[in-house]
Design a protein around this ligand. Structure first.
Ligand SMILES: Cc1cc2nc3c(=O)[nH]c(=O)nc-3n(C[C@H](O)[C@H](O)[C@H](O)COP(=O)(O)OP(=O)(O)OC[C@H]3O[C@@H](n4cnc5c(N)ncnc54)[C@H](O)[C@@H]3O)c2cc1C
Length: 438
């Protein structure tokens, strides 16, 4: 049955529909706030989430509200801009129309800014039993999962059950995995001994597993080495050059033949592009990303664009596409907005300006690469904190995060160790993943 159209007020302006209010989509909407388009921003959630700090929610360091921000509050002052909370299910390029869970919507220009989802590389058992770290729902699920399993560890009497429930395996040694391991190690050091004194013979075991032979492989050799040193100082068991092959909810089978018994498995080992169906299959590239030209225009489609994690722009400098990081997403959103304000013959190709890379390993320690300059330790940690504080949406959120960090800097406490919504199973999450939609 054909869908009824979503209600959007009539306008003589060309309609530009943006799917996704992440870093890329919101930057585009912001830079077009006075332009002569009718802008419609669509997202399955009514908020923008600051993914770089998800791990702090997952480890009880921050409350969830301080890293998400209502999209309506951001776009409400933009001229001719409308927000609709819908899940986009299909693109119909011929009809210049999209289908959503609530109705259809026609467009003159379409920008796909739908980001990425966890990539479990086809391992069904791992995808069903592990929890990823891609959304605020998952961060909260990890928080509940770890805390509930610690409660279980107190309840049970068998040593092997106690051990399994106090073991956390983190897969992936990129920034998300390393930051998660560092924050959890601090939980182990400062919170666990006081809150779970009864478990003194079963200290929290943290394993970080990566198929790469280095931690933070995308950073410089020096930063990579420093991060490994910090993780070891924090007593994280680091397994490099090893991959996870199976997980049934209890036994983590590794490629080197070892098995770790753990009820907690956190997956940060990879993401893949996510977008609604309807595009030609030949535009889908490695990592499920959409092939775009240097103007972010989707191959073979004049009026459809893809920006951020989901776009694959191959250049001489980035033959496998740009890194899937927030600055690329924001810069692509900005560049496309500038182009939309110009006649097509004057459009500028996208050029990524890499301002540097940062990762923190527990409190007071971080690594930072700025070209040939590599900084580590507390100075890098202050730079990391300042950059993240400045990047969070909303003044209230900046204050909340800043105060939280300041208090835990001195007290070493993690005040948000609450099981608000019980962790049941990944499939029971109150969220829709894009993976389910495509
Ligand atoms: C744990 C973690 C830590 C990270 N740390 C860093 C870091 O320190 N520094 C850094 O630069 N980058 C970091 N990143 C990467 C960074 O968050 C991403 O590169 C960035 O979010 C990409 O922006 P985007 O706009 O392309 O996608 P996103 O920000 O993911 O936004 C996509 C939006 O699209 C919406 N959406 C998706 N599908 C649909 C649909 N079908 N219908 C409606 N809406 C839809 C989603 O709800 C979402 O709001 C991290 C990522 C993670 C997961």
């Amino acid at each position: 049955m054909p869908q009824l159209p979503l209600f959007i007020p009539e306008s003589n302006l060309p309609r530009l529909v943006i799917i996704g209010s992440g870093f890329a989509g919101l930057q585009l909407a912001k830079k077009l706030k006075k332009a002569k388009y009718q802008i419609v921003v669509l997202d399955k959630n009514n908020f923008h989430q600051f993914q770089p700090l998800l791990y702090q929610v997952a480890t009880s360091g921050l409350e969830p509200d301080s890293i998400v921000f209502p999209t309506r509050k951001i776009v409400r002052d933009y001229k001719n801009t409308f927000f609709r909370m819908v899940s986009v299910q299909k693109i119909q390029p011929q009809e210049k129309c999209i289908l959503t869970d609530k109705g259809s919507l026609s467009y003159d220009y379409l920008v796909i800014a739908t980001g990425s989802v966890n990539n479990f590389y086809g391992m069904q058992d791992v995808s069903e039993n592990a929890v990823g770290l891609k959304s605020i729902h998952e961060a909260l699920a990890i928080r509940s999962m770890i805390l509930q399993h610690l409660e279980t560890a107190v309840d049970v009497s068998l040593p092997e059950e106690k051990e399994a429930n106090t073991t956390v395996v983190i897969v992936g040694a990129g920034p998300a995995g390393v930051e998660m391991a560092g924050a959890l190690a601090e939980f182990k050091k400062y919170v666990f001994p006081k809150d779970y004194a009864e478990l003194k013979d079963y200290p929290l075991q943290i394993h970080l597993i990566s198929s790469s032979i280095k931690t933070l492989p995308m950073l410089s050799e020096k930063s990579s080495k420093n991060s490994l040193k910090d993780l070891k100082r924090l007593k994280v068991n680091v397994h490099l050059g090893v991959s996870v092959q199976a997980y049934d909810g209890l036994n983590v089978k590794l490629s080197n033949g070892e098995t770790i018994t753990a009820t907690n498995l956190i997956w940060t080992a990879g993401v893949k592009g996510a977008f609604p169906k309807g595009l030609q299959p030949d535009v889908v590239q490695r990592g499920n990303r959409i092939e775009v030209d240097t103007f972010n225009c989707v191959k073979g489609c004049e009026n459809i664009f893809a920006i951020g994690d989901v776009g694959m722009m191959k250049t001489n400098e980035f033959p496998n596409g740009h890194p899937m990081v927030a600055p690329v997403a924001m810069q692509q959103g900005k560049n496309l907005a500038t182009n939309f304000k110009l006649p097509k013959e004057n459009w500028n190709p996208f050029k990524y300006y890499d301002k540097g890379s940062l990762a923190t390993i527990g409190k007071k320690s971080a690594v930072a690469d700025f070209g040939k300059l590599h900084i580590s330790g507390i100075i890098a940690w202050f730079i990391w904190s300042t950059v993240h504080l400045m990047s969070i949406s909303g003044f209230k959120n900046k204050i909340a995060v800043g105060l939280n960090w300041a208090s835990s800097y001195f007290t070493y406490d993690k005040g948000n160790r609450l099981i608000i919504r019980k962790y049941k199973h990944k499939k029971a999450f109150d969220c829709i993943t894009t993976e389910e939609l495509v």
